[in-house]
Design a protein around this ligand. Structure first.
Ligand SMILES: [Zn+2]
Length: 273
């Protein structure tokens, strides 16, 4: 086994103008030799009893200050802290919320001031955002093409009672109907009045989300959710057609509700005509 660890300020795989490229030559090199009859022949150290089979080389002469706050801040993230951040993302926290949560966790530890300055325990925002993008790509696909991952997950969502339908042609539309939404579709109120509420620029995909709601005694309840690429009449029309196609009597058993209330949006109004 042979492994060599370079200082994080070395020039290995770094741009010449990178702040972390200080041409540092600090390293630790560990070589563990196999002890066999063949290897013993030409190696005086392996012939000893017990055999001396390991060579460790260390260069501790760094070309930068190792005792500064800056050096501490730039340490690589600790694997356990990395796992904690991935769990925060899985729990639905944004990078900013995850950083705050991690700082709160550190503040419960003894001597936390030093730990707060340590990049391995309290990673810099840049590190956290990079980790978040990797997490998103792994779990939700790339921003450019998120559908492969979504299509893979459709059967899994179905097991949880969530129906996901998608139309990938531009402008793409995704229809999501949960078991709660299906129950709300059967309500009398769904045949009387439906509200449309759109939000744009959601998440990293910058998609628009339209929630299709009915008014119940307990407040507004969605009968379905549309995620779409644009806020155009065509996108809304495609979404509403998908809802009608898969849930033809979703308005309290009827094909159309008596009243649909939209945002003040020409695109929405045109699409429901
Ligand atoms: Zn160094």
């Amino acid at each position: 086994m042979h492994k060599k660890w370079l200082c994080s300020y070395s020039s290995h795989r770094k741009n010449s103008n990178s702040k972390k490229n200080q041409h540092c030559e600090g390293f630790i090199d560990i070589l563990i030799k196999m002890v066999t009859k063949g290897s013993k022949k030409n190696d005086a150290y392996l012939k000893r009893d017990p055999p001396l089979n390991t060579i460790i080389k260390i260069n501790l002469f760094h070309k930068h200050n190792c005792a500064s706050a800056d050096a501490l801040k730039r340490l690589f993230i600790d694997p356990e802290v990395k796992a904690t951040f991935l769990q925060y993302f899985a729990d639905g926290l944004t990078p900013c919320q995850a950083i705050k949560q991690n700082i709160s966790r550190i503040q419960t530890l003894p001597n936390y001031i030093l730990t707060l300055a340590n990049g391995a325990q309290n990673p810099r925002p840049w590190t956290v955002y990079r980790l978040w993008h990797k997490y998103l790509t792994k779990n939700y696909g790339t921003i450019k093409d998120p559908f492969d991952r979504l299509e893979e997950k459709i059967p899994e969502y179905l097991k949880q009672g969530v129906i996901v339908k998608l139309n990938k042609a531009s402008p793409w539309v995704v229809l999501i109907v949960t078991s709660l939404n299906q129950r709300a579709q059967k309500l009398q109120s769904s045949s009387e009045i439906i509200f449309l509420d759109s939000s744009s620029s959601c998440d990293v995909s910058m998609a628009s989300i339209t929630v299709i709601l009915t008014a119940t005694k307990g407040g507004a309840v969605p009968i379905g959710v549309l995620v779409h690429m644009q806020q155009t009449s065509l996108a809304y029309e495609k979404g509403f057609k998908m809802l009608k196609e898969h849930f033809p009597n979703c308005f309290g058993g009827l094909e159309y509700p008596k009243i649909i209330m939209t945002d003040d949006s020409v695109a929405e109004k045109n699409a429901i005509k």
